[in-house]
Design a protein around this ligand. Structure first.
Ligand SMILES: Cc1ncc(COP(=O)(O)O)c(C=O)c1O
Length: 468
């Protein structure tokens, strides 16, 4: 924490507050010391905590080579023979662009993504964002702008990044909905919306991650999605669908439930990100919705137009170079536009599929005989499984997580911090019996990756047997 000791304040800003520090940041800050303690005992560090894409799938060199070839193809398409001439696409890549970014990127993405999810996407309504994080921020900003009390409905537990963004607004309050093995409770969703309204809040949307929920470690069933959509429709709220893991899916194609935006794009605000299917560094994302909103003066407006105005004042210009680079992913080696992003996902999926098997098989082999003590989720998508200690004596708090690192070399993330404050009022133990295990990251690649993850699961299982 930055602090200049012994100095007079340069500014009196009594309205500002210090935001609470997320458990993931606390753990990251404590890690060097804990790592030293573990290493003093000869223990390697086992990563079951970090939610980052695996180094094996984020090596950019293949992508850079393909991107360069794609750029050469674009140059060829412009019919430029003079090697000293500046191609138009390259000039655009380094110039100010529009808030919507280059049209060709949106046209290509609309065609490929629309084909994958069975709906016609209007490229004019695709607004580029700075990853899914940018999409969350843009949507929140739009509804916070009028300055009236606003309530965001979300799951308990929910994505830490969403809670962090919601906490920035003093007028915003989070109302949460408990989940079972299929998703959030439809009755709970309805009750949360009505309670928020009774408390005087405007309720714009319910935020969720239906595929590979982070941190809950499962995907919503198709039936539950329909039930949630029905509640959202009858209550008149939108669904803000965060979809980073739609392509990191382990379900057979015919068993994949539809995302909300494919079920009803007029009820859903969908957040696509390039961070998992492509690379996280370039921060590519798109927001897409066909929702209409009744606004001041009783007029109707396309939500996409309102979001675009917000983006124009906020981001103003997208990064055209990064968007064009992302566009190269949408073209195959012969520079034909792809029909689907699934072939792009497949090499990444191969890594995550194997990692997931190592985690689930390892837990099953080592702890599966004790269902009264331990259980865990089976993720159909994404990076995480939630591990539950059944005994009420086990409290998975920061001290527990620190002990796992110092004594076993195992990094996991406690679940309690992912539960919004109202969830803890309903159940003071919410999340305290659980840890999020991620199977996305190891330090080594290839056979080293397999060895690292197997060792991590073994070390975690030893710790669970000893402490749980
Ligand atoms: C549910 C969820 N939303 C958003 C993000 C961040 O996505 P982006 O990198 O696109 O900002 C993540 C990344 O881990 C995530 O799990």
């Amino acid at each position: 924490m930055l602090q200049c000791r012994g100095m007079e304040p340069s500014l009196a800003a009594p309205a500002l507050v210090r935001q609470p520090i997320a458990v993931t940041r606390k753990l990251a800050a404590a890690l060097p010391e804990l790592r030293a303690q573990a290493q003093a005992k000869g223990l390697p560090i086992h990563h079951l905590g970090a939610g980052y894409p695996h180094p094996e799938v984020t090596d950019p060199r293949g992508h850079i080579a393909h991107e360069q070839a794609f750029f050469e193809h674009l140059r060829g398409q412009e019919g430029i023979n003079d090697p000293t001439a500046l191609p138009e696409f390259l000039r655009e890549c380094y110039a100010y662009t529009d808030t919507l970014g280059p049209a060709s990127v949106r046209e290509s993405f609309a065609a490929v993504y629309g084909n994958d999810w069975g709906l016609e996407i209007d490229p004019a309504r695709l607004i580029p964002t700075i990853g899914a994080t940018g999409g969350i921020a843009l949507t929140c900003s739009l509804f916070e702008r009028p300055g009236e009390p606003v309530a965001y409905i979300t799951d308990a537990p929910t994505y830490a990044g969403f809670l962090a963004r919601a906490a920035l607004c003093r007028n915003a309050r989070v109302y949460s909905v408990d989940m079972d093995g299929e998703g959030p409770s439809p009755d709970g969703l309805r009750a949360a919306i009505r309670q928020a309204r009774a408390d005087g809040f405007f309720v714009p949307f319910y935020y969720t991650v239906p595929d590979g929920h982070n941190p809950a470690g499962f995907s919503f069933s198709a039936a539950r999605r329909q039930a949630i959509l029905d509640v959202a429709s009858t209550e008149g709220v939108l669904i803000l669908e965060d979809a980073p893991y739609v392509y990191i899916s382990y379900a057979p194609a015919e068993a994949r439930p539809k995302p909300f935006f494919a079920m009803d794009p007029t009820r859903t605000v969908h957040l696509f990100t390039g961070s998992k299917i492509g690379l996280p560094g370039p921060r590519i994302g798109f927001i897409y919705t066909q929702a209409q909103v009744s606004i001041a003066g009783g007029a109707n407006a396309a939500l996409a137009d309102l979001l675009l105005a917000e983006a124009a004042a906020d981001t103003l210009f997208q990064n055209p170079r990064a968007l064009r680079s992302f566009e190269s992913l949408l073209f195959d080696e012969a520079f034909n536009r792809r029909d689907s992003l699934w072939p792009v996902a497949e090499p990444k999926l191969a890594v995550y599929r194997q990692n997931r098997s190592i985690l689930l098989d390892g837990l099953h082999a080592r702890l599966g005989g004790q269902p009264d003590r331990f259980h865990w989720t089976t993720p159909e998508a994404g990076f995480f499984s939630v591990f539950t200690f059944a005994s009420a004596d086990v409290v998975v708090n920061d001290a527990f997580a620190n002990r796992l690192v110092a004594e076993y070399g195992v990094v996991v993330v406690p679940m309690y911090d992912f539960h919004p404050p109202d969830a803890r009022v309903r159940n003071p133990r919410a999340g305290y019996g659980e840890a999020r295990l991620s199977f996305c990251f190891t330090e080594r690649t290839g056979p080293g990756r397999v060895g690292d993850l197997e060792a991590a699961v073994a070390a975690f299982a030893d710790a669970a047997l000893a402490l749980g």
